[in-house]
Design a protein around this ligand. Sequence first.
Ligand SMILES: C[S@@+](CC[C@H](N)C(=O)[O-])C[C@H]1O[C@@H](n2cnc3c(N)ncnc32)[C@H](O)[C@@H]1O
Length: 413
Amino acid sequence: MKPEDHNDDVTSGTYHSLDSLFSRGRIKEIDGMKVQVVTDEFWTSRQRQACSLHEISYRACFKPQLPRFFINIMKGKVGMVFDPFMGRGTTMIESALNRVTSIGIDINPLSEILVSPRLNIPKKDEIFRRLRQIDLSENITADMDLSMFYHRKTEKELVNLRDYLISRREDGKEDAVDRWIRMVATNRLTGHSSGFFSVYTLPPNQAVTQKEQKRINHRTGKVPEYRNVKEIIMKKTVSLLRDFKDTAQIELINQTGVSSRLMTGDSRQASRLIDEESIDMTITSPPFLNVVDYAKDNWLRCWFNALDVRSRQSRIFTTANIEKWNFFIREVMKQIFAVTKNNGYVIFEVGEVRNGKTNLDEHVLRDGINEGFKPLGIMVNVQNFTKTSNIWGVRNHTKGTNTNRLVVFRKLR
Ligand SMILES: C[S@@+](CC[C@H](N)C(=O)[O-])C[C@H]1O[C@@H](n2cnc3c(N)ncnc32)[C@H](O)[C@@H]1O
């Protein structure tokens, strides 16, 4: 969706409130309770593309159309949106595009690095000017072997850029332009095209180990070629901002961004970070029920940003145990309840039914009720797609369906 098109969402235009949406549902009995379940293609492939500003990859992010759907239904009625698991900031960016202020929390420090520059967007000319000024020519190498990912000259440029960003931060001189450059560089570290700094590797939101990358190079017969770090950052900058007609549109995002807040922290302590009863609507998706090795996922991005991957990853919640997962969700629900205004809404996206048997939506429903919320019902968004994927050089045309299950609650006292 281009910024100027935020009013013409086809599907949500046919629903006038979240409460009335559920009047079209069927009844499902869960724990002796009658729960409304509505199934539809609520956000569709027919709708306009998401704004280019969203195009920062992140593990398990949801589509911008999801928060857009709810923001559009509630247009004019919500002042403050919250995402306790902000990730790449899909909820926050979509809120800002619709001139709605938001608060985001994520325990992964990379999240703030990826979100904050898009809520305080510098001018393109300033980014380009700064890039031209930064000296990337000093003959230095990384403090570890990165030769399986980068050409010698690319590595030199990257290490120079890393040192520049670290010193700007340490000297208290880091500004919005530096933060933008840091975000784009973090996003371009590894990937599968010449738009990234690295040789062909796995999709950009998962970095493999040095050993695995050597195996990939062996299998694909590829060696790292020189990639111009500044040019790649400029190109991605142009691409992220391509949907903005002029700087006035960017200014509108920044005006909302200034009053939005993002924090690196644990959402189990959200009520210490956010005022009580200050949130109109929470739109979120929690960590999934599986064990993710965040240290392995994030090591290169943490290296680039001088973050301690080990200490952080121990705090990113991950479990495949449903009891532990429920306990975690209940703790967060308690916090969301405390910060939600009376009559406010909570939208909790849990993905698909797991292995055809674990209905996470039903678990979330119980957890929310337990913490005091009134359930409006369960939404099942069914989306048909045809996509062309190119995995390991093989082209596939895949037809299929994507299903998202969401539980919607209201705080009513
Ligand atoms: C499914 S992702 C959310 C993705 C997000 N909806 C987006 O579109 O990018 C879950 C997020 O929860 C974060 N997380 C895990 N444990 C957390 C905790 N205790 N407090 C806050 N965030 C946490 C992870 O770092 C991850 O970014």
